[in-house]
Design a protein around this ligand. Structure first.
Ligand SMILES: Cc1cc2nc3c(=O)[nH]c(=O)nc-3n(C[C@H](O)[C@H](O)[C@H](O)COP(=O)(O)OP(=O)(O)OC[C@H]3O[C@@H](n4cnc5c(N)ncnc54)[C@H](O)[C@@H]3O)c2cc1C
Length: 413
């Protein structure tokens, strides 16, 4: 087994790192200032142009077509690049690698008709628009997707949609022009064939942004979260993604990459948290020695490193398996990292906050957002419990019993 990055991967990593250091990081303070004022960063489009010109565009899309803009990298090649972007919450947007657009692009690549691709995918690939994915509903336990209750009723050549969605990432972004909505098209069908996904333009009459939502008091400036209502929303049948009843299939195609990309970025964020702990604890003294000289702090940093390296290897293996075996072949690995990485992020952010003292909870550091982000990932895209159940179900039962196990001593009869 070779654990080093391939030569090609290393070259991409160096190129992205150089661009990040030269163009992105120096603008971080300005980005914070603008978003604190509720403004968009005025340099984003310029940065995106530069990134695209430098060939650092749509990096997380292994299935890009010849005529689609971007860099076709494997999931494994993308992993170290996503880590670099993960150090700043807004950096992925510079390279058109932000959620939820990338998973939506993947869903469209796999399920859209040529006409749908021209109308909805192409503008996304060029960052001319933004998108959202609407599954979760306030009135049902949405971690069980079979509960999703929004109605999508056929009426001639249209579907008429009625329902309510919340915690829809990106739906409150002013540039969000469409969302992929999951709803019930046939309540009598088998429970995994009841739902379909349909593309709904945000300006369709009856679509209403009820309110913006925050998570643990944090604003998502890259993809602001919305609650939406749908009242007699009429959408042409041609907007259906895949066949009627394919809702689960579409959702699963986009969820695999969504989860693994979050994990890749979280690893980069944890690298930053460890660096923050190192620097802060070396610069501050309490009771006659630097904070770093305390065993507890050394242990926190070392334990963070142990957990981070484990999580990185697991994530790389998951990316490799996704490349080798596709979404179905990587299902278990995606669940493994989806549980392991957010728990690690939460733990490391918690330690970093302790090392920083009061400053760790202020807006002067990204630590409280990292903590909130780790906490969110334990619920979003499927709560821990659902993934753990999945992992448990895939655990093979050994062929022996306790009474005849070759591993145990003879049982007295
Ligand atoms: C910041 C943020 C952004 C989000 N973005 C999106 C988005 O863009 N689009 C979208 O559609 N949704 C989005 N979500 C919603 C997210 O995917 C759901 O919150 C998640 O799937 C859980 O659904 P729920 O909130 O209805 O919780 P519920 O389904 O009510 O579950 C509550 C709890 O029940 C327990 N539970 C559930 N199932 C099991 C089980 N099998 N075994 C044991 N315990 C169980 C778990 O502890 C779980 O946390 C977002 C959420 C957040 C917080």
């Amino acid at each position: 087994m070779d654990f080093d990055l391939s030569k090609r991967s290393e070259e991409w990593r160096e190129r992205l790192q150089a661009f990040f250091d030269r163009e992105v990081l120096p603008r971080h303070r300005a980005w914070l200032d603008h978003t604190a004022e509720g403004e968009d960063a005025p340099f984003m489009q310029d940065l995106q142009r530069k990134a695209r010109a430098a060939g650092l565009w749509n990096l997380g899309l292994p299935e890009l077509g010849e005529d689609e803009p971007g860099t076709r990298l494997s999931n494994l090649e993308y992993a170290p690049l996503a880590e670099i972007m993960g150090r700043l919450f807004w950096a992925p947007e510079v390279f058109n690698c932000q959620a939820p657009d990338v998973p939506n692009m993947i869903a469209l690549q796999n399920c859209a008709t040529p006409e749908q691709k021209a109308r909805w995918l192409q503008p996304l690939l060029e960052a001319r628009t933004r998108s959202a994915f609407g599954m979760t509903e306030p009135d049902v336990a949405s971690s069980d997707a079979t509960n999703i209750a929004t109605r999508m009723v056929r009426d001639g050549n249209d579907y008429v949609i009625n329902g309510r969605k919340w915690f829809i990432t990106g739906a409150a972004h002013p540039k969000c022009s469409f969302l992929i909505v999951m709803g019930v098209t046939d309540s009598d069908a088998d429970r995994t064939r009841r739902h379909s996904c349909i593309i709904v333009p945000m300006d369709t009459p009856g679509v209403r942004l009820v309110r913006r939502l925050r998570w643990m008091g944090c604003e998502d400036h890259v993809a602001p979260i919305g609650e939406l209502s749908f009242e007699n929303v009429r959408v042409p049948r041609a907007n259906l993604l895949g066949a009627e009843g394919d809702g689960f299939k579409v959702a699963q195609i986009r969820l695999g990459p969504a989860r693994i990309h979050h994990c890749m970025r979280s690893i980069g964020l944890c690298e930053l948290l460890i660096e923050l702990m190192m620097v802060r604890s070396s610069e501050r003294s309490a009771f006659g020695r630097t904070v770093m000289q305390y065993d507890t702090v050394q242990r926190w940093i070392a334990e963070s490193r142990v957990e981070l390296e484990q999580a990185r290897l697991l994530t790389y293996r998951c990316a490799w398996r996704l490349d080798q075996a596709g979404h179905h072949g990587a299902w278990r690995d995606v669940s493994l990292i989806k549980v392991a990485v957010p728990a690690m992020l939460q733990k490391i952010a918690d330690r970093a906050m302790q090392v920083f003292g009061a400053m760790g909870g202020s807006d002067d550091t990204p630590i409280h957002q990292a903590l909130a982000w780790g906490r969110l990932l334990r619920i979003g895209d499927g709560p821990d419990e659902v993934h753990l159940r999945q992992i448990f179900r895939m655990e093979p039962m050994p062929s022996w019993s306790i009474a005849n196990s070759p591993y145990l001593s003879a049982h007295p009869s």
